[in-house]
Design a protein around this ligand. Structure first.
Ligand SMILES: O=P(O)(O)OC[C@@H](O)[C@@H](O)c1c[nH]c2ccccc12
Length: 270
């Protein structure tokens, strides 16, 4: 067998981790916890509203990554949530995967409690049990990575999100995944500039896929975005929403950097 890709390795340990978590907590238990969670905040609506006049930013709380290692040493999720909120982010994304991103479920809980912004749980989901778990932590939106799930699995995760009143961000990286995502119902379509198998990033991915996306989708350009020019470039190609982690995580003053990035949006052409 050939060497597994980064995404394949993540999927392998994640399936084991989920099996272990499920052995600890039954479906009924996790559903009770999900019902006891704080009410859902409107993720997609908030993002869309922000993107009409300005840009819709999903600002990511991310300590490390498989390709970059440690990104931010001084890592305080509640303080970062406040900084992103002050800087004008519409929503937050919080990495909860431990082995590859040094994330933690507790970071999501702590950051969300600090602000009013809707929150995406950024993790690798395969099982509806994990959707209930995400809701139990307070997540308002889940991520569905088309590169890592089958069509029936994606539909099942999406249905579970809907059942819990959450949104789903459907993530694609190529035309084949885009076509599969187009058959799902979710309005939120993430175009990941980074290939999760190799972790190579190329903004050309958004430029190419945005014009092939169904018209009723809200496009989110994800990964590798650094400057106001990058955002204007993506907006010109049809994506006015962005998922940004690393370039903001490397700033000393995250609130000011976020505000600067969003300050001069390309005028919407509608
Ligand atoms: O830090 P960046 O290059 O701004 O990227 C953020 C986000 O897009 C990236 O973390 C991401 C996009 N899709 C993912 C799926 C799993 C883990 C991480 C990701």
């Amino acid at each position: 067998m050939s060497t597994p890709t980064i995404l394949e390795r993540i999927k392998a340990y994640k399936l084991e981790d989920v099996a272990a978590r499920k052995a600890e907590r039954s479906q009924a238990d996790i559903e009770d916890a999900a019902r006891a969670a704080p009410p859902v905040r409107p993720f997609g609506d908030t993002l869309q509203k922000a993107s009409i006049e300005g840009y819709g930013l999903i600002a990511e709380i991310k300590k490390a990554s498989p390709s970059k290692g440690l990104i931010r040493a001084d890592f305080d999720p509640p303080a970062l949530a406040r900084a992103y909120s002050e800087g004008g982010a519409a929503c937050l994304s919080i990495l909860t995967d431990g082995p590859s991103f040094q994330g933690d479920d507790a970071y999501l809980v702590a950051a969300r409690a600090e602000v009013d912004l809707p929150v995406l749980r950024k993790d690798f989901l395969y099982d509806p049990w994990q959707v209930a778990e995400s809701r139990s932590l307070g997540a308002d939106c889940i991520l569905i990575i088309m590169a890592s799930v089958s069509d029936p699995q994606a539909a099942e995760l999406e249905a579970a999100a809907t059942e819990w009143g959450m949104d789903a961000l459907i993530e694609v990286h190529n035309v084949e995944e885009l076509d599969r995502a187009s058959r799902l119902k979710s309005r939120l379509l993430g175009i990941n500039n980074r290939d999760l198998n190799t972790f190579v990033t190329d903004l050309q991915v958004t430029r190419t896929l945005a014009r092939r996306a169904p018209e009723d989708r809200l496009l989110v350009s994800e990964s590798g975005l650094n400057t106001p020019d990058d955002l204007a470039d993506m907006a010109r190609h049809g994506a006015r929403c962005f998922l940004i982690g690393e370039s903001l995580m490397r700033q000393d003053d995250v609130a000011t950097a976020t505000r600067a990035l969003l300050s001069n949006p390309l005028v919407a052409n509608r």
